[in-house]
Ligand binder design. Structure first.
Ligand SMILES: Cc1cc2nc3c(=O)[nH]c(=O)nc-3n(C[C@H](O)[C@H](O)[C@H](O)COP(=O)(O)OP(=O)(O)OC[C@H]3O[C@@H](n4cnc5c(N)ncnc54)[C@H](O)[C@@H]3O)c2cc1C
Length: 457
């Protein structure tokens, strides 16, 4: 009997056994099936990639079965947890997608306060569940982001300067490799090293994470400062001044500067009271630099975090890393040009966030950018359809300016598919070691996306 490839696939996958450890069978969905679009849907609505099959996994055994099926059928495998990848690296065209949102289990060990989470857990659920128990896992602030993708690429946010990156809190990880075998970092220490910043869809599918947690701060102090109606020179001066103010902050503080049109906004937060000396001194420096503010707020942590959750998606955007910086000097030669472009380009946002503090003192890991106290992000948002040409041109102009200034290092969790030398940009000296792990865990390059670690040679 002649079977088309599609017919073969449907027969083969229809025969999927109920291998789930807890007796659950994976749902295998193809385009048009009820639930397919919900499982596929990424946060970035511009991503139109359509896997031939989506395996909605509920257990590690489901993941093993899905990878083995992909191997039998010689299909590439993509991995989706929270679906917040900027550029579709958690989907593929015509392959198999392992979809993990149903694996959102969590457990807090009494005594040790170690937190074990499934890959489907979202940041909002991680924070709220742990806060009810008096703990936090430091992570980003946008509630819908997946803990899995965030951790595997690093993970910074309001608490990272005080406690370290999310991946620095990772103690153990389990993953299913490209052959469908379970690997555990308790047996292979290299896995832990790699999954601290170098693990996004590179050589395996993480099925369980165990983290160290921290006592939850009672409250978060915050203050917002704005300067409006600025020309390019005024924006650049505020940007330079912000770098100086932010460089002097103590570890419990986080800050970001956001340039949008003719407005500069500074956010300052701290896990210490707003009337403490460091917060007051930074706030007063902002006010003296031409910013205005309605004053500081001190809110219970849960309420404060709720206010930074971000816009609900899906929505169209083109966001990328704008690079790591040691100080304003790294940007000085192009800052005026970037500010002029942002000012003239509706929808274009240039943001710089503080890193440093405990991040610089973090463990040996695949995350290679610990020396850099600042991280930039270039964001482009529009309403619907394709990106407006003016916005695309402004986005490209800022990326060119950054390259001209010699900004070469970028954050893996803010990927840009247009970076040619992405291996060096994201992983720098750690790339060869990640390639060795790739050879060991995924010799057929089964698990892959456009910027996944390549096999050596
Ligand atoms: C609105 C928004 C806000 C953000 N805020 C922050 C922030 O504050 N701090 C910060 O550090 N980052 C932030 N990010 C970036 C975020 O960390 C990355 O987009 C992250 O990779 C998303 O993880 P995810 O699980 O949601 O994504 P997914 O799209 O599911 O996956 C992202 C990547 O991780 C891989 N991956 C996912 N799950 C697994 C798994 N189980 N095993 C192996 N590989 C896997 C995928 O292959 C893909 O390459 C933000 C992103 C967005 C869109």
């Amino acid at each position: 009997m002649h079977l088309s490839r599609r017919g073969f696939l449907s027969m083969s996958l229809a025969a999927v056994p109920a291998w789930g450890r807890e007796g659950t069978a994976t749902a295998y969905l193809k385009p048009g099936d009820p639930g397919y679009e919900e499982a596929r849907r990424p946060f970035n609505s511009m991503i139109r990639l359509k896997p031939a099959w989506i395996a909605r996994c509920r257990t590690e055994a489901d993941v093993i079965a899905a990878v083995r099926h992909a191997k039998e059928l010689d299909l590439p495998v993509a991995v989706k947890s929270g679906g917040h990848a900027f550029h579709g690296f958690s989907l593929n065209e015509g392959g198999l997608l392992v979809e993990l949102s149903g694996m959102a289990n969590r457990l807090l060990e009494k005594g040790s306060q170690r937190f074990t989470a499934g890959p489907g857990l979202k940041l909002r659920d991680s924070y709220s569940w742990l806060m009810e128990r008096g703990r936090i896992l430091p992570a980003g602030s946008c509630g819908g982001v997946g803990l899995a993708g965030l951790t595997l690429g690093g993970g910074y946010g309001l608490f990272a300067r005080e406690f370290g990156l999310t991946c620095d809190h990772l103690l153990e990880v389990r993953l299913v490799d490209g052959n469908g075998e379970v690997r555990d970092s308790r047996d292979e220490a290299e896995l832990l090293w790699a999954c601290r910043g170098g693990g996004n869809g590179n050589f395996g599918i993480a099925t369980s994470f165990t983290f160290e947690t921290r006592p939850a701060p009672v409250a978060l102090a915050s203050q917002r400062f704005t300067a409006k109606g600025l020309d390019a020179g005024g924006l650049a001066r505020r940007l330079e001044r912000w770098f100086e103010i932010a460089a002097a902050l103590p570890d419990p503080c986080f800050s970001a500067v956001i340039l949008n049109g003719s407005q500069a906004t500074v956010l300052l937060t701290s896990t210490r009271p707003a009337d403490g000396p460091a917060f007051r001194s930074a706030a007063s420096a902002c006010l003296k630099s031409g910013f205005t503010s309605k004053g500081a707020l001190t809110r219970p942590l849960a309420r404060a975090l709720g206010s930074y959750e971000g816009r609900p998606g899906p929505l169209p955007f083109d966001n990328v890393s704008a690079g790591y910086y040691r100080s304003f000097q790294d940007l000085k030669s192009v800052a005026g040009g970037i500010c002029a472009t942002v000012r003239e380009t509706p929808g274009l946002i240039f943001q710089v966030n503080t890193l440093g503090g405990a991040i610089a003192r973090g463990p040996d890991s695949a995350y290679p950018h610990r020396d850099y106290p600042f991280l930039g992000e270039l964001q482009a948002y529009w309403e619907k359809g394709e990106i407006p040409p003016k916005l695309a041109a402004g986005h490209a102009a800022v990326r060119r300016a950054l390259a001209d200034a010699g900004i070469r290092r970028h954050y893996r969790n803010y990927p840009d598919p247009r970076i040619a030398d992405w291996q060096d940009a994201y992983f720098t000296g750690t790339y060869p070691r990640l390639q060795e792990l790739k050879r060991k865990l995924d010799p057929d390059d089964r698990i892959r996306h456009p910027q996944s670690v390549r096999l050596p040679g």
